[in-house]
Design a binder for this molecule. Structure first.
Ligand SMILES: [Zn+2]
Length: 93
């Protein structure tokens, strides 16, 4: 079983977590100024990298908090997890 490191609780089983999509999305400052294509892009279009991805996760069956993770999409390896607002880690070489 895969262990995921919650920044607050430590290592826990993957069953306690939920993937919540791409991390570091920034909501447009003035959504009313966007046309439908731009708004749809913000709401629905996401990167789908083959390799390292910065993702948002939630420890739903633990502390309930959100955090970010740097995960490899092919191997499921987590290089780092970090609290929202912390500096982004660089992917391993
Ligand atoms: Zn936790």
């Amino acid at each position: 079983m895969l262990l995921i490191h919650c920044p607050w609780c430590g290592d826990r089983a993957e069953l306690e977590f939920r993937h919540c999509g791409e991390a570091h999305l920034v909501r447009p400052a003035d959504p009313a100024a966007l046309d439908d294509t731009q708004w749809a892009a913000y709401l629905a279009f996401r990167d789908n990298p083959r390799g390292w991805a910065r993702e948002r996760w939630r420890h739903v069956h633990g502390c309930g908090r959100f955090f970010n993770a740097l995960r490899h999409t092919l191997t499921d390896r987590f290089a780092a997890t970090y609290k929202p607002g912390e500096a982004w880690p660089e992917p391993p070489i």
